[in-house]
Design a protein around this ligand. Structure first.
Ligand SMILES: Nc1nc2c(c(=O)[nH]1)N[C@H]1C(S)=C(S)[C@@H](COP(=O)(O)O)O[C@H]1N2
Ligand SMILES: [Mo]
Length: 187
């Protein structure tokens, strides 16, 4: 049974209670500059992309609403995210058939995770730019984070800066530390 934490605190970009931020591996929150920030999509693609925040905001925005669960035992119900679907980005980049997985890299320089291609192509896998209709706060991963609504929170790379199409999925940050590579939420 997971422990609900303050939804208002989560939405307000606060830690949400003692312990929550302690599960983040990032020592400090990466800052970003609106004019210089880029999301890179590269690897096994025909057309590598370098997208600014305005490019992402100009793309079709998809809403994903889901309960948020961390495997360590806290959750937030009914979280509403808005952003660009990963399948849309892959289509724009012309992902090659040889790409069997995606690697997601955080600007924190520490956190990396992977999705196999079948999972990444689900339409509700998004690069979220907004939470509850407001831009992501620094604590929640500004300006962009991965959201995989049917997976535990550790798959949602915050401060996302690079998506690379690769030949196979490798071990992600928490998976290297014992979490299941199949991150499907179990109740
Ligand atoms: N870059 C980065 N992304 C991360 C983490 C992290 O430490 N660094 N923690 C993960 C884990 S374990 C969870 S549960 C969620 C927590 O999201 P929140 O900090 O917005 O509550 O972010 C995930 N994404
Ligand atoms: Mo987590």
């Amino acid at each position: 049974m997971s422990r609900p934490i303050g939804r208002r605190l989560f939405l307000a970009g606060l830690a949400g209670g003692a312990g929550v931020i302690a599960f983040s591996v990032t020592g400090s929150i990466p800052s970003w500059d609106r004019t210089r920030w880029r999301l890179t999509v590269d690897g096994l693609v025909d057309q590598p992309l370098s997208l600014g925040i305005d490019d992402l905001l100009a793309a079709r925005q998809q809403r994903v609403k889901a309960d948020f669960h961390c495997v360590s035992g806290w959750s937030v119900s009914g979280v509403s995210w808005l952003g660009v679907s990963v399948p849309t980005l892959l289509e724009r980049a012309g992902v090659r058939p040889a790409a069997r997985a995606l690697r997601f890299e955080s600007a924190d320089g520490a956190y990396v995770d992977y999705l196999d291609m079948t999972t990444a192509l689900q339409p509700d896998v998004i690069v979220a730019l907004r939470l509850a209709d407001a831009p992501l706060s620094p604590e929640r991963g500004a300006p962009a984070r991965l959201v995989v609504p049917f997976y535990y929170g550790y798959k949602g790379v915050k401060w996302l800066r690079r998506i690379t199409a690769v030949d196979s999925a490798h071990t992600g940050y928490w998976e290297a530390r014992g979490y299941d590579a199949d991150a499907r939420i179990r109740h």
